[in-house]
Design a protein around this ligand. Structure first.
Ligand code: HEM
Length: 367
């Protein structure tokens, strides 16, 4: 499948169905001139449009002996593989350094300190983000590699942190629900309908016209304590999520898409879905109707220095207001039964402008 970078409502890679793999990278701006930033966003945009067609972004094998390839070549012959690249702008873009303060999206700010935070500075923050998703991991990797090369060659930005995800852990409309590394179906109750995208994901009011259909991207690198989870009884694991591991059904139902009943009690008067279960604390029924779009991926970093599996969830959510994420994570971070098995070790927030029109580029209206 092939997507176009241009002319959508919001940027691609948000409401488009999650592909199988991700390569996610953040960057620090190393320039303090607005023009360098403008050139980088323009060059990235035209390169992304080419990459998403399955093309190269210049010569792979230059005719001159002294020539260095424009494109590194490893995605040749692999096709578009449903590649989408989504560009995010971090809080420091909209500052006096770049003369862009007046273009700051109304709700743009750093995330508040949250109860679960165990952040490693080298996995946190960033001035720009690139989310490349594809059905072939090499296509996603190639896109980020060659876009990072462009950043380096312009002298405008350098890599800050990166995560390669090997399996989608969220479902879009019509997709079967995949599983996260806990072995549970993830994405059963996610945003899929246009009305919900308009209500919870796309910015539809407030701010200048060019920011309409933008969104805020929140990313969290969440480590899973796999060894300890793997020794837990499955009945306890079910209580941690409030769902059955195999079927994905809520503990009050029998089928995956049964609506959870958060008030139902057993014969002893105990809630069947515990109040500390992940879905109980995260559901819109128990959060004044708040919803977010989750578009997460499983990742692994191999082994840690204790020779334990080092893996987790690259959690990515999209919302029209960062406060939607903060409200949910404030509750989850303090009470979620899942906290015994996870640590939030990385974090970032980015404004994702709407898709550019053909011939234009990301954020052009700011310059
Ligand atoms: C639901 C896993 C972190 C928000 C779920 C479900 C699973 C899951 C298995 C149930 C199936 C579903 O409806 O998708 C995880 C894992 C996490 C994690 C493994 C971390 C490693 C988070 C975070 C947030 C969040 C950080 C937001 C701050 C939600 C929401 C739901 C949900 C809103 C839907 C609840 C409902 O309406 O029933 N998650 N999650 N999750 N999760 Fe998470």
């Amino acid at each position: 499948r092939q997507y176009s970078f241009y002319g959508h409502e919001g940027q691609v890679g948000i409401s488009t169905p999650p592909q199988r793999h991700i390569m996610y990278m953040t960057f620090d701006l190393t320039t303090s001139t607005r023009q360098d930033l403008q050139v980088l966003l323009a060059r990235w945009s035209s390169a992304i449009a080419q990459l998403m067609k399955g093309g190269t972004i210049g010569q792979v094998e230059p005719a001159r002996d002294s020539g260095v390839g424009m494109d590194t070549g490893e995605a040749m012959d692999l096709g578009p593989a449903s590649l989408t690249v989504t560009v995010g702008l971090g809080p420091r873009v909209f500052t006096d350094t770049f003369g862009l303060t007046q273009h700051k999206p109304v709700l743009m700010r750093n995330l508040m300190q949250l109860p679960s935070d165990d952040m490693q500075p080298e996995l946190t923050g960033g001035d720009l983000s690139l989310q490349a998703c594809a059905d072939d991991p090499q296509v996603a990797y190639h896109a980020i590699r060659d876009l990072a090369r462009i950043a380096k060659s312009t002298g405008a930005a350098q890599t800050r942190w990166t995560v390669m995800g090997f399996g989608r852990a969220s479902a879009g409309k019509g997709q079967s629900t995949p599983r996260n590394l806990f072995g549970f179906k993830d994405g059963t109750r996610n945003i899929t309908e246009k009305a919900d995208f308009d209500k919870y994901v796309w910015i539809k009011d407030g701010g200048p016209a060019w920011q309409q259909n933008g969104s805020y991207q929140v990313v969290r690198k969440i480590k899973i304590h796999i060894e300890s989870w793997d020794t837990d009884r499955v009945s306890d694991q079910n209580n941690v999520f409030g769902r059955h591991k195999v079927s994905g059904a809520p503990l009050t139902g029998t089928k995956e898409f049964d609506t959870p009943d958060f008030k139902k009690k057993d014969a002893d008067g105990n809630l069947i879905i515990p109040a500390t279960a992940h879905i109980s604390l995260a559901s819109h029924e128990n959060n004044q109707g708040i919803k977010i779009l989750r578009r997460s991926y499983n990742y692994t970093d191999g082994l840690n220095n204790m020779a334990q599996l080092d893996a987790g969830l690259l959690f990515i959510s999209y919302q029209k207001d960062p406060a939607q994420f903060e409200a949910l994570q404030t509750r989850l971070g303090s009470s979620d039964a899942l906290n015994e098995y996870i640590s939030h070790i990385g974090s970032g927030i980015f404004f994702v402008p709407p898709a550019p029109k053909e011939g234009s580029y990301i954020g052009a209206e700011m310059f």
